[in-house]
Design a binder for this molecule. Structure first.
Ligand code: SF4
Ligand code: SF4
Length: 344
C-alpha cells in the first residue's frame, strides 16, 4: 500500500477540497460522475454510548469522559434500543461504549436482552472498571453472557500507558487481563473474544497493526502470561481532549497536515460509519461516536432512535463528514475495529 497522495496539500489552510471531495474521488468509478460524499451501506451495527461516565479521565479521550460526567441512557432509551434490535435482525452487532458502559445501571439488562435476541455483543472495557466496588462480578457476568471484550491497552509498558491514562492504570489493566484470561478470554476458538486497543502516545500515526500485534503477543505472553485474540491500532482523532493537547503544544496544523497528507483512498470503502449507527444517551442518532462527541447531526433523515423503525432506509443516505474524518483515512486507516487496510 502506498501512502502517497499526489494531490494532498501540505497545510489544511491551503486545502482545496473537503473530506467529502477526497472520499468522492476515492469511490468514483472511472468514466462516471463523482457521487456526492460518503454514503451509507447496509447497517449491521448499533453502537451505543451508554454513559459518558467513567472511572478514568484519559488524556486522549474523545468523549471527555470522567467520574463527574452524568449522562446515561435511561430505561426508556434502553427499552427502545432492545425493541429496534428485535425488529431489525440485520443489526447483528450491539457495540457498547461510553464512558465506561459497565457503569450504567441498565448495562446488564441491555446485554442479557441482546444476547437473548442472539446478537453479538461487544463491551469496550477499560479493564480498571472491573475493580470498582460495584463491579466485582462484572467479568464473570461478561463471560457467562459470551460478551466480546475490546480492551484499551495503549502500550505493553507501564510508562506509556500511565502517561495517557493515569497512575496505577497499567498494573490494574494487567490484573484485569489476568482475570479475563482466567475466565477463558483470549483463547482462540472458545468464543470469549478479547481484543486489545493501541493508540499512539502523541501526534503520530500508529505503526503496522500486524507487526505491533506480534510485539504485544510476545511481550504480554512472556512477561505476564496473557493471551488475547487481536490487536487493533486506532489513530488519535483531532477532537476534544487530544485536540486540546495539540492546541496547547501548537501542533494542530502539523497533525492535520499529517492526516491529510496520508489520506489513503483504499480505506474509504471500509469506513465504519457506513455500516454503523451511533446512538447517544438520549436516543439521538449519529454517524459515529466521534461525530456524536462533536454534536455533528447524522446525515440521514432519521434523527432519533424513537423515529427509527427499520434500518433499511438508511442505506444510501449521506454520512456527515468534516475535517476530523481525515483521522479515519490516514495511513492504514482507523476505526473502532482497528486499521482498515494494513500497511504494506
Ligand atoms: S477509559 Fe475510555 S472512556 Fe474512560 S476516560 Fe479513558 S478513553 Fe475515555
Ligand atoms: S469520523 Fe466518523 S464520519 Fe468521519 S470518517 Fe470517521 S467514522 Fe466516518
Amino acid at each position: 500500500m502506498s501512502n502517497e497522495l499526489p494531490s494532498a496539500p501540505a497545510d489544511l489552510n491551503a486545502k482545496p477540497a473537503s473530506f467529502a471531495h477526497y472520499v468522492s474521488e476515492a469511490l468514483a468509478t472511472p468514466g462516471e460522475a463523482l457521487q456526492s460524499g460518503l454514503r451509507r451501506t447496509a447497517c449491521t451495527t448499533l453502537q451505543l454510548n451508554v454513559t459518558t461516565r467513567c472511572n478514568l479521565a484519559c488524556h486522549h479521550c474523545h468523549v471527555e469522559s470522567g467520574p463527574k460526567r452524568t449522562e446515561a441512557m435511561d430505561a426508556r432509551v434502553i427499552a427502545r434500543v432492545i425493541e429496534v434490535l428485535a425488529k431489525n435482525p440485520q443489526l447483528t452487532t450491539l457495540d457498547l461504549t461510553g464512558g465506561a458502559p459497565e457503569m450504567s445501571e441498565h448495562f446488564r439488562e441491555l446485554v442479557t436482552e441482546a444476547r437473548k435476541l442472539g446478537r453479538r455483543v461487544i463491551d469496550r472495557c477499560n479493564l480498571t472498571i472491573l475493580f470498582e466496588p460495584s463491579q466485582q462480578d462484572t467479568a464473570q457476568f461478561l463471560a457467562d453472557q459470551g460478551v466480546e471484550i475490546i480492551a484499551s491497552l495503549p502500550c505493553y509498558t507501564a510508562e506509556n500507558v500511565e502517561n495517557q491514562r493515569g497512575r496505577g492504570v497499567f498494573n490494574k489493566s494487567i490484573e484485569g487481563l489476568h482475570m479475563l484470561c482466567a475466565l477463558g478470554y483470549g483463547k482462540p476458538g472458545n468464543g470469549l473474544k478479547l481484543d486489545l486497543v493501541y493508540n499512539p502516545g502523541g501526534p503520530f500515526l500508529p505503526p503496522s497493526q500486524a507487526e505491533l500485534e506480534l510485539e504485544y503477543r510476545d511481550e504480554l505472553s512472556t512477561r505476564f502470561d496473557i493471551t488475547f485474540n487481536n490487536l487493533f491500532t486506532i489513530t488519535n482523532m483531532p477532537i476534544k481532549r487530544f485536540a486540546h493537547d495539540l492546541e496547547r503544544t501548537g501542533q494542530v496544523s502539523e497533525y492535520m497536515s499529517l492526516l491529510v497528507n496520508h489520506f489513503n483512498p483504499q480505506t474509504v470503502e471500509a469506513l465504519m460509519c457506513r455500516e454503523t449507527l451511533s446512538v447517544a444517551y438520549d436516543g439521538s442518532l449519529f454517524d459515529c461516536d466521534f461525530n456524536q462527541a462533536l454534536a455533528i447531526p447524522i446525515g440521514a433523515n432519521i434523527k432519533s432512535i424513537f423515529d427509527l423503525d427499520t434500518v433499511d432506509g438508511l442505506e444510501g443516505q449521506i454520512v456527515a463528514t468534516d475535517e476530523h474524518c481525515f483521522g479515519c483515512t490516514a495511513g492504514a486507516g482507523s476505526s473502532c475495529g482497528g486499521a482498515l487496510k494494513e500497511n504494506g
